[in-house]
Design a protein around this ligand. Structure first.
Ligand code: G3H
Ligand code: 13P
Ligand code: ZN
Length: 308
């Protein structure tokens, strides 16, 4: 069934594992992820960004996710990723999403509270849970400058005030991750002291790690080997994701690793069989690659296998 993340996060928080939240844009991506979760007997969060809604048309994604729920029998959360306004969150609540993110992190602290509170009121009245973000995911340049990093990373005292005033269900924190394939210039580094300090201020509130792809070198290598140009890509080491799960992070957002897996498989297929022009014969390997990536995440990184 389509469920909210509430009971999933309660258990994950207690037992120090995390639930994967994977971005979906089309049928093959959804099938690859769901097949992996089915094989691993893991609950799952499928998340849809504004870009995904624009690309695929919201109704197609909704119906594909419904098909996945019906076909797999798994408990699945349908989540809006980075909703930028009350209106888009309301739209998704009305469309049957079970979870929405309001990302008002670019507004002032007070405005972020006000917008988030409004979303929480509407969503909760409809049985939907809400994730919000406090602090901004640092860019590579921001992280170099300590005072700039301090300004964008999540402040523990503000986190406490934010959660108290908004009643939000989960909080996305900024501790040094960023979106995409270029997260660190030198050694990867996350501010775990800060994560622990935030966790201590908001005990029981599940936290969310955005920008949590690992950018596995073997997939970057395959892309580059078959004509891609993704030099210097680097993500969050798997050990750090596991460490985050031990300190209150219950939701781990992964998109880039799926993109890399699918693209590596398709590039390889094209290179090895230039006569192939049947989309099923390259999207199929792309789907297989996503399935294997998600199985690896669930089993070896997130620790959510065998729960359903
Ligand atoms: O938060 C970013 C996710 O990777 C979604 O990316 O906005 O290109 O769909 P997108
Ligand atoms: P990655 O780019 O690291 O996969 O992060 C995805 C994300 O945070 C989606 O909200
Ligand atoms: Zn994100």
């Amino acid at each position: 069934p389509l469920i909210t993340s509430q009971s999933l996060f309660e258990k994950a928080y207690e037992k120090d594992y995390a639930i994967g939240a994977f971005n979906v844009n089309n049928m093959e991506i959804i099938q690859g992820i769901v097949d992996a979760a089915k094989e691993e007997r893991s609950p799952l969060i499928l998340q849809v960004s504004a870009g995904a809604r624009k690309y695929a048309n919201p109704i197609y994604l909704k119906k594909l996710v419904e098909a996945a729920v019906e076909d797999s029998g798994l408990p699945i959360v349908l989540h809006l990723d980075h909703g930028e306004s009350f209106e888009i969150c309301k739209q998704c609540v009305d469309d049957g999403f079970t979870s929405v993110m309001i990302d008002a992190s670019h507004h002032t602290f007070e405005e972020n509270i006000a917008i988030t509170k409004k979303v929480v009121e509407y969503a909760h009245a409809h049985g939907v849970v809400v994730e919000a973000e406090l602090g901004r995911l640092a860019g590579v340049e921001d992280a170099v400058n300590v005072s700039a990093a301090d300004a964008t990373y999540t402040d523990p005292d503000q986190a406490q005030e934010f959660v108290e005033k908004t009643g939000v269900d989960a909080l996305a924190v900024a501790i040094g991750t960023s979106h995409g394939a270029y997260k660190f210039k030198g050694e990867p580094n996350l501010d775990f002291a800060r994560l622990k300090a935030i966790a201590a201020k908001i005990p029981g509130t599940p936290m969310v790690l955005h920008g949590a792809s690992t950018v596995l070198p073997e997939f970057v290598k395959i892309c580059n080997q078959y004509g891609g140009q993704i030099p210097g890509a680097q993500g969050v080491p798997e050990t750090m994701i596991r460490e985050a799960a031990r300190h209150g992070v219950c939701k781990v957002n992964i998109d880039t690793d799926l993109r890399l897996a699918m693209t590596a498989a398709i590039r390889k297929e094209f290179a090895e069989d230039p006569t192939n022009f049947d989309p099923r014969k390259y999207l199929g390997p792309g789907r297989d690659a996503i399935r294997e990536m998600v199985k690896h995440k669930i089993r070896n990184v997130l620790g959510s296998s065998g729960l359903v």
